[in-house]
Design a protein around this ligand. Structure first.
Ligand code: MLC
Ligand code: AMP
Length: 507
């Protein structure tokens, strides 16, 4: 079924109810969503795009940006959201790789993005800004406000989400209407969504967490969203008293805890705080309980799989564990010997279920590599059933994530692949080689750090390198710290020993 049609089933009977409220006092009803998405879907239809066309979007968060996503679903095309931090070389790669039929960008980026897009064969480039302006809205305003949602089978593509690759460039994870719909239905029940819920939404909407887990959750339940453009702790505290559900990456909770205005009174109407996308420190879990009186529900998922495992809504939520396997999903842990792990044993996490993606866009070999012969997807995360955490003994049906067998840094909920940053640094003048590692960071959980070896006779300056990288790559990928070394530690096989570097620079 078309995912939009599934979400729409949950819209409230009274379409004049408020669906979306912005901090500057704008209200959008469910009827507004219906009409705005119909107009945008009619605009897309009028372009006579081929079946399966991608609509690539790099715009600031706004209600209209959400409507564009929903309109793309309604019209039966494939939504491709792009992080607003991406710069020219990154965007160029995505556009060349995905060959979108439509690109939507902000007016300030139109001149360079349209050049990149037209060069790659895209015929339609629109603008959409976060102040309800841009050519997309202007064109859509001439379209009819009724649209018959296009029928889609469960295995047809709804979205492509680019996720960085451990080697080489990013891969587009292809998610179907069935993947996203099944997960939305499961979470609706598992997290006890109910009438009267209000979601405080401050996550970006170009990733799984903000777009699918959070927004789908509210839409399929017919629940109002308070739609904040970004994380702003003062705004969260202002709107929490009127909210019942909030979802965030761990940085959300770290920042709330250091704000003196955050307390139990602010959370009096809340029923659920969800954390995910990165490990939540047990210290944050415990402190949040003390200050707010609420127990954060931590869950685990990926771009390729949507949500897999979650602490229970009813039942014990355990700090340091991501919880129990969601209904309909299967999770197994495989040890180095290839044998399934028992309780307390550590192994690679493999998953199966209706939520698992269809494969990587135009990368059949990569897709085949990431699945086992019997159809399980290898997450690259390392886990354990049960065992001990600093909170005590964990029951055997609870999953703990203990590490990753992919060289990945998660900073403030964004993934950064060291290999990609190393290749940018290695291309800089005077650089012999580099190693990029994650080091603990109070606010972002992990921060990117680079160790750089200059070419003989060359003097490098860390800050100058940081400044140069800021002009080239998304800001969250830029190392927070660069140290210049004479050489990198290597093992007998010549491989850089990142564990030694991590140990040395983690304090
Ligand atoms: C911003 N900066 C970051 C950063 N975000 N640095 C490292 N890591 C990050 N995540 C840097 C900027 O470059 C800038 O540096 C400075 O911090 C301030 O920028 P900002 O834009 O003002 O930051 P802020 O708005 O405070 O953003 C921080 C944040 C944001 C944590 C709110 O990063 C965020 O919304 N993260 C959520 C990511 C997310 O949704 N992940 C879900 C992925 S889905 P300078 O030097 O320029 O000052 C997924 C699957 C699943 O993983 O399971 O959910
Ligand atoms: P992404 O590719 O952006 O979808 O990121 C997915 C990765 O985020 C997973 O493979 C995990 O490594 C990590 N992740 C998501 N949720 C959690 C969590 N609750 N605890 C630890 N890691 C998580």
């Amino acid at each position: 079924m078309n995912l939009f049609a599934l979400l729409e089933k949950g819209f409230p009977k009274n379409r004049e109810d408020c669906a979306l409220e912005t901090p500057d006092g704008l209200y959008y009803s469910w009827r507004d969503i219906d009409r705005a998405t119909a107009m945008m879907a009619n605009l897309l239809k009028s372009l006579k795009l081929p079946l399966g066309s991608r609509v690539a979007v790099q715009v600031e968060k706004s209600p209209e940006a959400l409507f564009l996503y929903l309109a793309t679903l309604r019209a039966g095309y494939v939504y491709l959201p792009l992080n607003t931090a991406y710069q020219e070389s990154e965007i160029q790669y995505f556009i060349e790789n995905a060959e979108p039929a439509v690109v939507v960008c902000s007016t300030k980026n139109f001149s360079w993005i349209s050049k990149v897009a037209f060069k790659a064969g895209t015929k339609n480039v629109f603008t959409l800004d976060d102040n309800r302006s841009g050519s997309l809205l202007e064109r859509a305003s001439h379209c009819a406000d009724q649209f018959k949602t296009v029928t889609k089978a469960d295995d047809e593509l709804a979205a492509i989400l680019y996720t960085s690759g451990t080697t080489g460039r990013s891969k587009g994870a292809m998610l179907t209407h069935g993947n996203l719909g099944s997960n939305a239905l499961v979470l609706n029940k598992f997290w006890g969504w109910k009438e009267g819920d209000v979601l405080l939404h401050a996550l970006p909407i170009f990733h799984v967490h903000g777009l699918f887990v959070a927004a789908h959750g509210a839409l399929i339940n017919g629940s109002k969203m308070i739609w904040l453009p970004r994380l702003d702790t003062a705004q969260l505290i202002k709107h929490l008293p009127r909210s019942t559900v909030m979802m965030g990456v761990p940085t959300f909770y770290v920042r709330l805890l250091i704000d003196p205005n955050f307390n139990k009174e602010v959370c009096k109407n809340m029923r659920l705080f969800v954390s995910g996308s990165a490990p939540l420190l047990t210290e944050t879990f415990n402190n949040f309980q003390k200050v707010s009186g609420h127990t954060i529900l931590e869950r685990y998922g990926m771009s390729e799989t949507v949500m897999l495992v979650s602490n229970p809504y009813q039942g014990e939520r355990i700090g340091g564990s991501v919880g129990v396997v969601l209904p309909g999903v299967e999770v197994r842990m495989v040890g180095d010997s290839g044998k399934l792990c028992g309780p307390d044993e550590i192994g690679g996490i493999e998953v199966r279920g209706p939520n698992i993606f269809k494969g990587y866009w135009r990368m059949p070999e990569k897709t085949a590599e990431e699945f086992t012969n019997d159809g399980w997807f290898k997450t690259g995360d390392v886990g354990r059933w049960g065992g001990e955490t600093s909170a005590g003994k964990v029951p055997n049906h609870y999953l703990c994530i203990v590490g990753r067998n992919k060289d990945l840094i998660i900073s403030g909920g964004y993934n950064v692949y060291p290999k990609e940053i190393e290749s940018f640094i290695d291309d800089m003048d005077g650089v012999e080689e580099s190693a990029v590692i994650g080091i603990p960071h109070k606010d972002f959980g992990e921060a990117v750090m680079a160790l750089v070896v200059p070419k003989p006779g060359i003097k490098l300056n860390g800050q100058t390198m940081i400044d140069a990288l800021k002009l080239k790559i998304a800001n969250f990928k830029v190392p927070k710290r660069v140290e210049i070394l004479e050489s990198l530690p290597r093992n007998a096989m010549g491989k850089v020993q990142k564990n030694i570097l991590r140990e040395q620079y983690s304090h």
